[in-house]
Write a protein that binds this ligand. Sequence first.
Ligand code: FDA
Length: 394
Amino acid sequence: MKKDVIVIGGGAAGLMCAIEAGKRGRSVLVIERAEQLGKKILISGGGRCNFTNVNATPENFLSANPHFCKSALSCYTPAHFIALVEKHRIAYHEKKLGQLFCDGSARQIVAMLKRERDAARVEIRLNCRVNEIGDSTKATGRDACATRFFLRTNQGDFKCESLVIATGGLSIPKMGATEFGYRVARQFGLKLVATRPGLVPFTLKPAFDEISGVSVEAVTSSNGASFRENILLTHRGLSGPAILQVSNYCGDGESVHINLLPDKSARKILKAKQGRALELSNVLSQHLPRRFAQAWCARVAPSRPMRSYSAEELDGIAARLHDWEVIPNGTEGYAKAEVTLGGVDTGELSSRTMEARNVLGLFFIGEVVDVTGWLGGYNFQWAWASGFAAGQAA
Ligand code: FDA
C-alpha cells in the first residue's frame, strides 16, 4: 500500500501531525504498536490530562540547543490548542501556574483527536509492528523523493514519501516505550544526545521511610534552576512537583539545594527561642509539619533544648534550613519518569519543519527529539507544536 505520509506512533505528537497533514489533502497512515491510540494521554495528569500550559515559553524547555523549540512553539501556541479544545466543547480549568486540565477526563482529549482524525481522513493501523524500514531511492533531491521509504510490518508492506517518527521516549516501559525512534535515527545516520530519565523522583539512602507521604512547600534548586512547589517524602526518597522539576537539571552525583523556609528567616525564628528549654524539633514544628521537623533534625541537626546551642550552632542550623543540601543516590528511573531527556540531536533537524536536514522526507517529532519540557503541560505543548510543524511539511 502506498501513502503520502506514514506516521509511526499514535500518541500526542503523531496524531497532531497526521491530522494536520490529512487536512492538507495528503493521504496519511498512522502505525501504532499498541492496541489503542494515545495511551499516555489517557493516564496523563492523573487521568485529567494537563494538556497545555498558558505560560509556555521556550525558557520552559531543556535541549542541547535551547533555541531549537522557538519556531515550532511560536507557530502553534497554547491558544491554538485551547481553541481546538473549546471547538470540541471540552470543559477545562486552570489548576495552578497556568496548567490547564480537563474538568472531566483525559478520554475527552483522545476522543477529540479521533474526531479530528476522522475529519482529516487519516487511516490508523493498531497492533502494527514495523520490522524494517528501507530507503528506496537514496536520493537527495525533492524530485527523487516519491515513495522513498518502504516499511515491512506484521500487517503488510507500505510505501510513503514522508515518514514521521513519533514513537516517544523511554519512560514507562511497561506501557510499551521502546528505543525504536532512536534506532531509526541511527539507521539514517542522525546523531543522538544521550538520554536519561526526566521529571523523576530521587532515591535516597537512607530514605525517609518513617514519614513517607509527608509534603512540605519548598524551593528546590540545582545547576541554576529553581522551583517553588511541594516536595514529598517517599519510602524510596524524594518526589513531589518541586523535586520532579529540579530532577531535569540535576545530573548523577550532583546535589539539590532545598530551602525549607522560603518566606521566613530561620535565623530569626531560632534566635527568638535561644536560651529556652524547648527542643529544636518543637520550634521547627511551628513552621514545618511536625513529623518532618523531627525526621529532619534526626538526620541533619540532632534536636536538643534550645538553650544548649551556641549562637554559631544556631546560625549553622538556620543556614541548613534555607540550604539543605541533598545528594540523591539515584533516581527511580524510566519506570517512574514522566519524560525522557535527550534524544534525536536537534542539530540534525529543521526547527521549522522537524525534517532531517540530510534525509529529505524523514521527520522526528515529540518526545523522541532532544526537547524536554517542565512539569505542567509543557511536554504536551511540545508534542502538539512539533506535530503541527511537521504536519505542514510532511
Ligand atoms: P507518546 O509516548 O505519547 O506516543 C508515542 C506512541 O508511539 C505511543 O502510542 C506508542 O505506543 C507508540 N510507539 C512506540 N513505539 C512504536 C513502534 N515501534 N511502532 C509503532 N508505534 C510505536 N505531559 C504533559 O504535558 N501533561 C501531563 O499531564 C503529563 N502527564 C504525564 C503522566 C505520565 C504518567 C507520563 C508517563 C507522562 C506524562 N506527560 C505529561 C508527558 C507526556 O505524556 C509526553 O511528553 C507525551 O505523551 C509525548 O508525546 P509523544 O507523542 O512524543 O509520545
